[in-house]
Design a protein around this ligand. Structure first.
Ligand SMILES: *Cc1c(COP(=O)(O)O)cnc(C)c1O
Length: 462
């Protein structure tokens, strides 16, 4: 039996000459394919040795080779259709860049650039110079610095502004932001000594005042991004903290996290601290580039020149420096802020958050009608709730429309898995045995991709 199976195993050459494997060679290169074929053959030999009696047909081996080559040669990081309705989805790459910056990005990122070259002066330039003017203009800050992410920004600020001195923070703001980024740990890491004041639910101005001593280095306020305290709760306004800090010649640092540059209250969203407003009181603020700003991952430090200049000369800054791809995407995104009339249209994050219920309803109806053309699908649309995500607007949900899908061919969880594991990967919600697509985070191309994938799935087994 074993001898027969060994004899039936296709030869290396036969496999390499099969049309499907040849196609793989064209696409992925000879080396990767040959290694994979060798690997598959070795695996078969050891399986037969171990007593496996599966027939090694050419078709089966070719299929295994195809799967293995795709697994090795295809991109692990790839496009995902986000049908969850969470706009700043931390697991799905947070802010989506604007299509309006695509051309600029391509031109700068795919060629040489004046990253660190001052063309006018014909001498070495500063990589930070490119985004500096725009950020100053938009935030009203005296000086700004861009680093890798906001966690890095907070660390650099503390490392520069407090050394072996106490940093006073409210107990209500000693939060964990996600992925174990914890404010108390960051303070200690940054070389500061944590001085907690107040209670979890309430901190008063006098709590801060009583804690100020000779060893105090700064007051720190943290936006409690991902959670919200309701009920018997109180924190101190930045304006009051600022007065207190400055009366004692201490700086006030404000970690804002979400980085809102435009007021979204006219669109029915609750008040969130605006960078420009907060900078009237705080000496230094920090926020993310890929949250509400809608740009690439980055940490932005904005504030008084005397402090930010020190940060620019801190050795840590070199370790936290951003690359040209980030700077290109960030500068291009910031230019979109120069045209407020088109801002919501141009920045996907802001557009998705501020879409009207009527727009969402139209989108849902249109999407639903196109899905109804597919065999076996039962399609409907219902009201639902989406989240901003990324720790912005905690505890707040946005009214939305969900397109729901069921089919007798698959359970909702099976369908969800098939979409998630397909290409492109489609991430949707499952509730009440229905697959749900929140239209808030879907573009017109995404609708089309979902329709195509569902079509394949229901046609295959129909
Ligand atoms: C999100 C957030 C951070 C971390 O920012 P990253 O850009 O993810 O590093 C820090 N502080 C606050 C308040 C945040 O909301």
């Amino acid at each position: 039996m074993k001898q027969n199976l060994f004899a039936a195993l296709p030869a290396m050459n036969t496999l390499m000459q099969s049309p499907a494997v040849k196609t793989l060679c064209d696409q992925y290169g000879y080396t990767l394919v040959k290694h994979t074929v060798q690997h598959v053959l070795t695996h078969w030999r050891s399986q037969i040795k171990a007593g496996d009696e599966t027939e090694p047909t050419l078709a089966l081996l070719v299929q295994q080779i195809q799967t293995a080559v795709h697994e090795k040669g295809d991109m692990s990081l790839r496009h995902v259709v986000n049908a969850t309705g969470v706009v700043l989805h931390t697991n799905l790459g947070r802010a989506v860049l604007s299509p309006a910056i695509r051309d600029t990005f391509e031109q700068v990122a795919f060629g040489y650039s004046n990253l660190e070259y001052n063309l006018a002066e014909k001498q070495r330039g500063q990589r930070y110079h490119h985004t500096e003017r725009l950020l100053q203009e938009i935030t009203g800050a005296e000086s700004v610095l861009v680093v890798n992410n906001n966690a890095a920004a907070v660390m650099l600020v503390l490392d520069t502004m407090v050394q072996q001195q106490e940093v006073i923070v409210s107990r209500g703001e000693l939060v964990e932001i996600g992925d174990s980024f914890r404010i108390p740990d960051i303070i200690t890491r940054g070389g500061g000594l944590l001085k907690e004041v107040g209670a979890t639910n309430k901190t008063h101005l006098y709590d801060y005042e009583r804690a100020i001593t000779e060893t105090t280095g700064a007051l720190l306020k943290v936006h409690t991004s991902n959670y919200r305290m309701v009920g018997f709760a109180e924190s101190v306004a930045t304006a009051d903290l600022s007065q207190l800090a400055h009366a004692h010649h201490l700086p006030l640092i404000n970690d804002l996290g979400s980085g809102l540059l435009v007021d979204l209250q006219p669109y029915g969203l609750p008040a969130e601290p605006l960078i420009k407003e907060e900078l009237k009181y705080a000496d230094v603020v920090t926020f993310s580039g890929d949250k509400l700003l809608g740009g690439p991952q980055a940490g932005i430090i904005a504030g008084k020149k005397e402090y930010v200049d020190q940060m620019k000369h801190n050795q840590l800054t070199r370790a936290l420096r951003v690359d040209k791809l980030t700077l290109t995407a960030l500068e291009a995104t910031l230019h979109l802020y120069q045209n407020p009339d088109k801002l919501l249209e141009n920045v996907p994050t802001l557009r998705m958050i501020t879409q009207s219920e009527a727009t969402l309803a139209n989108h849902a109806v249109d999407f639903m009608q196109r899905l109804l053309e597919l065999p076996t699908l039962q399609v409907s649309h219902i009201k639902g709730e989406s989240q901003v995500g990324g720790g912005s607007f905690p505890g707040y949900t946005l009214p939305t429309y969900l397109v729901t899908v069921t089919t007798p061919l698959y359970s909702a969880t099976k369908l969800e898995a098939a979409l998630r594991l397909g290409k492109p990967a489609i991430v949707a919600r499952v509730e009440n045995d229905q697959l749900q697509f929140d239209v808030r985070t879907l573009t017109a191309t995404d609708d089309e991709l979902i329709i195509q994938r569902l079509k394949e799935l229901v046609s295959r087994d129909a």
